[in-house]
Design a protein around this ligand. Structure first.
Ligand code: CMP
Length: 138
């Protein structure tokens, strides 16, 4: 079990001005920020990041949305980070997310769901490497 996960604040939450509140919640929940940057994904880069979903019917929509505006990418550290962070953000579909979760509070729909969180230790490493060099991890 690793103590790091990867997150992105997605374009919907950036546009609606919730990035500060989301980062504040993450810090208050005890995550240490290992790396952080604001960037914008090209369609090609968004397609690469979500390549595992290539065959899904929503892939085109997902790539278009994730490249529609800036995102904040971060590596976070806490004990049992992947699982605890997935609990904090709630279900992919905000309609199914528990009260008190980030997606319940800030997400509008299953596609535009405010934040990403890695689903395994292996993917947390891959996703962190996608955005950050070793020099950018503190
Ligand atoms: P995320 O956790 O970033 O990983 C895959 C993303 O695909 C997911 O969040 C959603 O934003 C998106 N997604 C999953 N299911 C659907 C769906 N049914 N329709 C549109 N987008 C979806």
């Amino acid at each position: 079990m690793s103590n790091r996960t990867f997150t992105m604040i997605k374009p919907d939450a950036m546009k609606s001005g919730h990035a500060g509140a989301i980062l504040d919640r993450i810090i208050k929940e005890g995550y240490r920020i290992v790396a952080l940057k604001m960037t914008r994904l090209s369609e090609t880069k968004a397609g690469e990041f979500y390549a595992v979903h290539k065959e899904r019917p929503f892939y085109g929509e997902l790539v278009e949305f994730m490249s529609s505006g800036p995102v904040i990418a971060a590596i976070l550290e806490k004990e049992n980070a992947v699982n605890s962070f997935r609990t904090l953000i709630g279900a992919t579909d905000p309609a199914k997310a528990d009260e008190g979760t980030i997606r319940k509070q800030f997400a509008a729909s299953v596609g535009e769901n405010a934040v990403h969180g890695s689903d395994s230790d292996e993917n947390a490493l891959i996703e962190g490497d996608f955005f950050f060099s070793s020099l950018e991890r503190i």
